[in-house]
Design a protein around this ligand. Sequence first.
Ligand code: FEO
Length: 173
Amino acid sequence: MIKEAVEKAIINQIKNEEHSSRLYLSMASWCQVKGYPGAAAFLFKQTDEERMHQLKFVHYLNDRDGYSQLLALDNPTAEYSSLLDVFEKVMIHEEFITASINDLYEVALNNKDYTTGNFLQWYINEQIEEERTMHGILDKMKLAGNEAGGLFHIDKELSALAAAKVVATLVTE
Ligand code: FEO
């Protein structure tokens, strides 16, 4: 049986991942209506990926004889000043998620729950990858500046990144 403190921390992380999914959906929607189809496609894929992160926790906690309850969520940000602003906010959010995964890992180890610690390794690696990807996108955006040609090029690159992204499907039985 999973300890209550670990269960509580996982339930909080389920909320964080669900919020991530909704935040990226909100950003994808903004990009779509502002004429950035590549960025929108990329963020729609991110939305699915965050949903997968959420589900992976839901199944894990239930499999450990816990109960994955859902918590209330805040509204995701709907207004952005530019494409750069969107991706700067993605970066800030991913850094927040990395910190929250690290906090959860600490709770697991403090409770001698090494099984959860082991399970969290996948998320720790995933966060390294997510932060690296977002840093790369931000660096290119800053190089491109705010002129239309540069942004058009970045949007095409994001479209290619989205096409290459395979969101793993979860085995749920
Ligand atoms: Fe599930 Fe991008 O953090």
